[in-house]
Design a protein around this ligand. Structure first.
Ligand SMILES: [Zn+2]
Length: 321
């Protein structure tokens, strides 16, 4: 997220941290809990520059300090992230070792642990010891999307900052700027609020597959044909998908399409799926019937959080749709 956007969408966190720096009251450890990890990191990079940039308008974003923070090569700044989805004890030990030598110019020494909840237990214990004996010159920033996965003792050593959720339109606008189709951008905003992850999902190509099946299913439904047939044709796509997010997401798409159909029925202009809705030939579903379908889909969506027999769930859903 660009700096100017951080001041709009994460105003509280930015104000809190900047005020603390200006009043010389920065805490020694912060834990940033965010929906989108990269937004939390963007905040930390800004704050690290604010602490280390020596220009009068710090952070200037252009000096050697600012640039080496961006490239993660600044001597006073250590950046740690998971390796193969895991942060190991050795990574924390290296950090502690590097920070044991005092700063070469007496400036602050700062470390950022991205995805801190990916630390295994021994890494967390090593970090805890380090946090328990804070050096006045050290500042820690941990980011996470799930702080409950961290040891309570770590959380209590940090000042916890909950970041604001990112508005859907922000992600949608960014994706459209990157050349992604508006409807695809809209549906992917239900999977994640993180731009990087959204691009990854889109590149995987499954989103388009699920969207196409959902469109065919609604089309069959509107023509009073059995939507189950369409599911059965694409059964492999569903049964081979192990990521529960995609199953919830598929129902999201169905919900979104029926919602837009409902919007049309009540005379509101749909924001999304315009072209798609124009292609549906029979739009005469009763309002009551659309609402029933929406309720049904919502109920089934809950089930995908824990239910394992996918085939049974889908068969049961489509027999009732
Ligand atoms: Zn600078």
């Amino acid at each position: 997220m660009k700096n100017e956007d951080l001041f709009v969408y994460q105003k509280n966190a930015m104000r809190l941290l900047i005020n603390s720096i200006e009043k010389n009251k920065l805490a020694h450890a912060y834990l940033l809990d965010a929906e989108a990890e990269n937004v939390a990191c963007d905040i930390v990079f800004y704050i690290v520059k604010k602490l280390l940039c020596r220009k009068p308008n710090a952070p200037c974003m252009n000096c050697a300090d600012c640039k080496s923070i961006d490239s993660k090569t600044h001597l006073n700044f250590i950046y740690i992230e998971p390796n193969d989805d895991l942060i190991k004890k050795e990574q924390i030990e290296t950090l502690i070792h590097d920070f044991s030598m005092s700063s070469f110019d007496n400036r602050a020494q700062i470390y950022l642990i991205k995805d801190a909840d990916k630390m295994n237990l021994s890494a967390q214990n090593a970090l805890l010891k380090f946090l328990e004996e804070p050096n006045p010159n050290h500042y820690a920033f941990l980011t996470t999307t799930n702080y409950h996965k961290l040891l309570d003792t770590i959380v209590s050593r940090c000042q916890l900052i909950h970041l604001n959720p990112i508005p859907k339109h922000y992600l949608i606008d960014k994706l459209v700027d990157c050349g992604i189709d508006l409807d695809i951008s809209y549906v992917v905003s239900f999977l994640t609020s993180d731009l990087e992850k959204a691009m990854k999902y889109i590149e995987e190509g499954k989103i388009t597959n699920f969207l196409n099946v959902a469109i065919k299913i609604v089309d069959k439904d509107l023509k009073n044909k059995d939507p189950f047939v369409e599911y059965y044709r694409n059964r492999v796509l569903f049964l081979e998908e192990k990521d529960k997010n995609y199953h919830r997401f598929f129902l999201d798409i169905l919900i979104l399409i029926y919602q837009e159909l409902l919007n049309r029925q009540i005379g509101e202009k749909p924001q999304y799926f315009n072209e798609l809705l124009d292609n549906f030939t029979n739009l005469n579903l009763e309002k009551k019937e659309i609402i029933r379908k929406l309720e049904l889909l919502n109920t089934y969506q809950e089930r995908f959080n824990y239910y394992v027999n996918l085939d049974l769930q889908y068969t049961s859903l489509f027999s009732k749709l």
